[in-house]
Design a protein around this ligand. Structure first.
Ligand code: ATP
Length: 589
């Protein structure tokens, strides 16, 4: 296929602002494209060589393009620079300069799409020493053979300035008209795209096999499925109403969405934007390799920063330290992660995207070999607003962002690439930030795991309530302790162990060890939240809920100067909650 066919189509597309006309021109181009090259033409019209998830970019800087143009046109670099400054468009500059070129086309060949694509492919894949020279030779070679018009589009393509405005959806429309049999087939073609994220493969199939081929289009491991997204509502009643009174509520983990693809030992992770992020999370890759009982699978999980000693989730900010190219190994130990899986889309040859959620979830549970680091998302079936609200508070307190409520009807398929009412997110529109530390009484402890075996993993902490002289639990804290702290705490607290919960302690949690109220520690938390578990200021804000401190951390300060009755009292925590209640702007959603 001659490259000029593409260049002409681009000229026409550039000349219109109307989407319908643009689609018509694209339809003409696709009809004039031989089937063997249709995928390449589709990628090129979007300024790409491969689908985005392959992560291959042409990466030609303007500077290099100017040099190649200098060589191909015979004009000096300074003239080209000057022209470029005037036009502000490197494509136009290339066109003008090549039009001025002395008649040297005697040796030039006609450019074909195949040749252009292969050359650009080489250009994109060169690396190592001599890269710049090689890229420059490849590009100037193409420009030498190009007509001025072709040069304009080539240069725009390689420098990432195509800007034709051909969106994925326009290509899908054009494919439906050109090969699907009409616009009405667009939905089916779009589904193929949503489960493959590869417009080239979709174009290939529809051009070759028509709509029947598209109907048989399959999910493939290592081709990311475009993510299903959630709508949002602000009240449990509204959510339940949408689902006809019953749904499952799942923790909405505060981490990074990961779509994992596995075949045998090979594992790839894709981000929410479908970029390959496997290199960022080698630990997650290993977990999946070891803990997934399936030859082939595609599943989705939230990757969350955790404290390995306590199993507690850590704030999203800690996960941000994992966004790096270098020093990954060190970051793995410093900021460990766990995966909480919430969907299974494909397993051993079977596409599950059309199955209802309860079935997908059942399958998911059968293939995960349970482990602290890879677990199915915590969920609960709810049918009344009270239970939903309680579960929501529990999720927040555990370190989650809220809940994702999901339909369990027979139509609860995985809607790839769509935001719909089958999933509804329920987040808070308020936040009570803590600016001050609190002094809390140690009333219980939980045995440690991992490095903390033999000491305490987390302490159960309480506020003091002077009204009835009780200690009301407010948080469980396992963070901020050094090894020396832990050893000292263990030794000191031994002397204060009591066989059962002290009658002055109010707790719904069952600690492994109980203490008489004695030791006071200084704690810094991220915020005060409502809690169905903790007892501080129970019922003060909402019936059946107390207050809790989220993401608590020991400051290192033992308040030996304070008796347990001098600890922060329940009313003060209530005051903090009320005083610091902040509306989160809409922008945060
Ligand atoms: P969206 O992804 O809906 O465009 P967003 O990027 O702002 O919006 P959120 O509003 O925070 O994200 O909500 C959706 C995200 O929640 C998902 O993309 C996923 O990463 C995350 N998530 C956490 N837990 C779950 C879960 N149990 N089920 C589905 N998604 C979950």
């Amino acid at each position: 296929m001659d490259y000029v066919v593409i260049a002409d189509a681009y000229e026409r597309i550039e000349g219109t602002t109307k989407r319908l006309e643009m689609t018509d021109y694209l339809v003409d181009l696709l009809k004039n494209t031989p089937k063997e090259v249709i995928s390449r033409v589709v990628y090129l019209t979007q300024g790409k060589l491969y689908p985005d998830f392959e992560g291959i970019e042409m990466g030609v800087a303007e500077k290099l393009a100017i040099k190649a143009l200098t060589r191909a046109s015979g004009s000096s670099e300074s003239i080209i620079q000057k022209e470029l400054q005037k036009s502000g468009d490197i494509g136009k500059t290339a066109e003008q300069q090549l039009a001025k070129r002395k008649q040297s086309t005697f040796f030039s060949k006609k450019l074909t799409v195949e040749h252009v694509y292969e050359t650009l492919d080489k250009l994109a894949k060169t690396s190592g020493s001599g890269t710049v020279d090689l890229k420059m030779a490849l590009l100037s070679g193409l420009l030498t053979d190009a007509s001025p018009k072709e040069a304009k589009w080539l240069i725009r393509t390689v420098t990432g300035n195509l800007r034709l405005g051909i969106a994925d959806m326009t290509v899908l429309d054009a494919l439906a008209i050109a090969y699907g049999g009409g616009k009405e087939t667009r939905e089916k073609i779009e589904r193929a795209y949503n489960i493959s994220s590869d417009l080239g493969r979709v174009a290939n199939v529809v051009a070759d096999l028509g709509i029947e081929g598209i109907e048989k289009f399959q999910v493939m491991v290592f081709e990311p499925i475009r993510p299903m997204l959630a709508e949002r509502l602000g009240a449990p009643e509204e959510i339940l109403e949408k689902f006809g009174g019953k749904c499952i509520a799942e923790y909405k983990y505060d981490g990074e969405r990961v779509q994992a693809h596995k075949t045998g030992n090979k594992v790839k992770l894709f981000s929410r934007r479908l970029e390959n992020i496997s290199n960022q999370y080698p630990d997650a890759v290993n977990l999946i390799r070891e803990q997934l009982d399936a030859k082939e699978a595609i599943f989705e999980a939230e990757c969350v920063a955790v404290d390995l000693e306590t199993g507690d989730m850590r704030p999203f900010q800690e996960l941000m330290h994992r966004r790096r190219k270098y020093g990954v190994e060190a970051a793995i130990t410093q900021y460990p992660i766990s995966l909480f899986s919430f969907d299974l889309l494909y397993v051993d040859g079977e596409d599950l995207t059309k199955q209802p959620l309860p079935q997908r979830r059942k399958r998911l549970q059968t293939i995960i070999k349970l482990n602290d680091r890879l677990k199915p998302a915590t969920q609960k079936t709810v049918n009344n607003p009270r239970d939903l609200e309680d579960f929501f508070e529990e999720a927040i307190e555990e370190g989650c962002e809220g809940l994702i409520c999901k339909s369990i009807s027979k139509d609860s398929v995985y809607q790839a690439g769509n935001r719909g009412w089958l999933w509804i997110k329920y987040k808070r529109d308020y936040k009570s930030e803590m600016t001050d530390t609190v002094d809390l009484v140690v009333v219980g402890a939980f045995h440690g795991r991992g490095k903390r075996v033999g000491t305490y993993g987390a302490l159960l902490l309480a506020t003091y309530n002077p009204e009835d002289d009780t200690f009301e639990t407010v948080t469980k804290c396992g963070t901020g302790f050094t090894d020396a702290n832990l050893a000292k705490l263990y030794e000191t607290l031994q002397r204060h162990i009591v066989p059962r919960k002290n009658s002055r302690v109010k707790s719904t949690l069952e600690a492994d060890v109980w203490f008489e109220p004695y030791m006071v520690l200084e704690i810094l938390g991220a915020e005060v939240t409502l809690s169905p578990i903790h007892m501080t200021a129970m019922d003060a804000i909402r019936k059946g809920s107390g207050l809790a401190i989220r993401f608590p951390r020991f400051t290192g300060n033992y308040r030996t100067d304070k008796s347990p009755q001098d600890a922060t009292n329940s009313k003060e925590v209530l005051g903090m909650y009320n005083a610091q209640l902040k509306k989160i702007g809409e922008t945060l959603f």
